[in-house]
Write a protein that binds this ligand. Structure first.
Ligand SMILES: *[C@@H]1O[C@H](CO)[C@@H](O)[C@H](O)[C@H]1NC(C)=O
Ligand SMILES: *[C@@H]1O[C@H](CO)[C@@H](O)[C@H](O)[C@H]1NC(C)=O
Length: 178
């Protein structure tokens, strides 16, 4: 019994380390980010835009790499209590992991970090009517991500000048979940 517990502990420590070591931060293999993701946390320097009814509170559910190298995001958001499904194509740019899309203004979308199998972190800079807004989002392959990923997300948010007050836990807020 004790041996099993120790073995379990060693395995979970190994997994935690594994997560950090397998983080990819450039030269992404975009085909590997395709598939289903669940929103875990979202952060912004303008909370109005990611709070309830915010125009940048986006629940991405599926990502698909298109032949031309662009990314198709299937997402939904709440509009006056209704779930609205939207498909958005982010055009690739000359930089690997950087995309652009017109949505509520002009957006630059950056893939910041992923391990393909468990988590992915995106950065978005929105320019709407001359106002710049930053949004960062952490998505997981499963509904619950562990604390290692959430801490990593917080660290990255800090790099962009956002602290824990700018981060919203979204794990129980997706009312359009089917
Ligand atoms: C934040 O977003 C709201 C809604 O779009 C906007 O009215 C407000 O001016 C923004 N605040 C800042 C500081 O940009
Ligand atoms: C856009 O900005 C201009 C100048 O700051 C302002 O007069 C106008 O009301 C804004 N429009 C919207 C839709 O926010």
């Amino acid at each position: 019994m004790v041996l099993l517990l120790v073995l379990g502990l060693v395995l979970s420590l190994a997994t935690a380390q594994f997560n950090l070591h397998t983080a990819v931060r450039r030269d992404y293999n975009l085909a590997r980010i395709s598939g289903t993701w669940y929103l875990d946390s979202i952060a912004s320097d303008n909370m109005t835009r990611i709070e309830e009814n915010g125009d940048l509170r986006l629940f991405i559910r599926n990502i698909k790499l298109l032949n031309i190298g662009s990314l198709q995001f299937d997402f939904h958001f709440m509009l006056q209590g209704e779930c609205v499904a939207v498909t958005m194509v982010c055009e690739k740019t000359k930089n690997n992991g950087e995309f652009s899309v017109a949505y509520e203004g002009k957006n630059k979308v950056l893939l910041l970090e992923t391990d393909y199998s468990m988590y992915i972190i995106f950065y978005m800079q929105n320019i709407k009517n001359g106002t710049k807004t930053q949004v960062l989002a952490l998505y997981g392959r499963s509904i619950l991500l562990d604390k290692t990923h959430q801490r990593e997300f917080e660290n990255i948010c800090n790099l962009y000048g956002l602290d824990s007050q700018n981060i919203i836990d979204m794990t129980k807020k997706d009312f359009c979940f089917l």
